[in-house]
Design a protein around this ligand. Structure first.
Ligand SMILES: [Zn+2]
Length: 291
């Protein structure tokens, strides 16, 4: 695959409906660089991507008062900034600032509502205790698990490890989509942080992209869980697995079998809960697929 092709793949792994091109002035006379921002139609739960025409011109971007760094795409001589637009962010207009030593531009970004459905599930008291614990021991274990997950995603490889688009980790039926408003036994619980794919217990689960396994463990709510670091603060997670075939520190290639579908943890039947975070914020995993 050519370098140019790779650049386009890294830009186009998102739903770029419209690419808006801005010219940034740079100090030396006659020089200029180009910024690409996929800001045409950004919805809650999607990724805002800024790419530069050349490397080293811009250093950081601030979106909705949060600062994000640019990663050097060495293969293509450009810098890329990935900004997750949370599904909790209210639709509306937000300020985006892009800065370098001699560059400062401001844009208004329109965030549109995501098409999130409602998901209502009924579980028994044992399952309910996992998500709304009253028992001290469960509360303590849950806090430890949350801390472990946070630590796992706190440090990512500074180099991009994944290549091209992600693949679906398992073939099956989507039972709950990303961002769904989840009611458990009639009480609002959360937004659904990933995609649920139902498949028979034992179905092989594949790594969605190249990466390094950062966690492979049995957790309370997410059951047998694998978290893969793909670099640039992009992590994918695979939950409720039956078998864990990889361990922390393993390098995996896209398509490698990492485990099997199960129903461990908070689960009503065999399925894979597949989630992707960028800078610790859940985004729709489909942003990384070839759409
Ligand atoms: Zn799920």
């Amino acid at each position: 695959m050519s370098n140019e092709h790779l650049l386009h793949r890294s830009l186009l792994l998102i739903s770029i409906v419209l690419i808006i091109t801005y010219l940034i002035p740079v100090p030396a006379p006659g020089e200029s660089t180009t910024l690409f921002i996929n800001a045409g139609e950004i919805k809650q739960g999607e990724l805002l991507i800024i790419s530069t025409g050349e490397s080293g011109i811009v250093k950081k971007a601030i979106f909705n008062n949060v600062e994000y760094g640019f990663y050097q795409d060495k293969e293509n001589g450009t810098d890329i900034c990935l900004i997750p637009v949370s599904y909790w962010l209210d639709p509306g207009t937000y300020r985006l600032e892009i800065m370098g030593d001699k560059v400062k531009i401001k844009r208004e970004i329109q965030v549109l509502p995501g098409a999130f459905v409602e998901s209502r599930i009924t579980v028994d008291s044992t399952q309910e205790e996992l998500i709304r614990p009253e028992n001290e021991e469960t509360i303590g274990r849950k806090e430890m698990n949350n801390q472990l997950i946070k630590e796992t995603r706190s440090k990512s490889n500074p180099e991009k490890i994944w290549q091209g688009n992600f693949i679906w980790p398992v073939e099956g039926t989507i039972t709950t989509s990303f961002g769904a408003t989840r009611y458990v036994n009639g009480i609002l619980n959360n937004r659904h942080s990933g995609i649920d794919i139902a498949a028979p217990r034992g179905t092989e689960v594949k790594a969605a992209g190249n990466g390094i396994v950062k966690l492979s463990a049995e957790l309370l709510v997410t059951g047998n869980t694998i978290i893969i670091d793909h670099g640039w603060n992009v992590f994918s997670s695979y939950c409720h697995l039956d078998r864990l075939n990889v361990k922390s520190g393993d390098t995996v290639k896209k398509g490698d079998i990492i485990g099997t579908v199960g129903s461990t943890g908070f689960s009503t039947g065999p399925h894979l809960h597949w989630a992707v975070t960028v800078h610790g914020v859940f985004v729709n995993p489909e942003e990384f697929l070839d759409k």
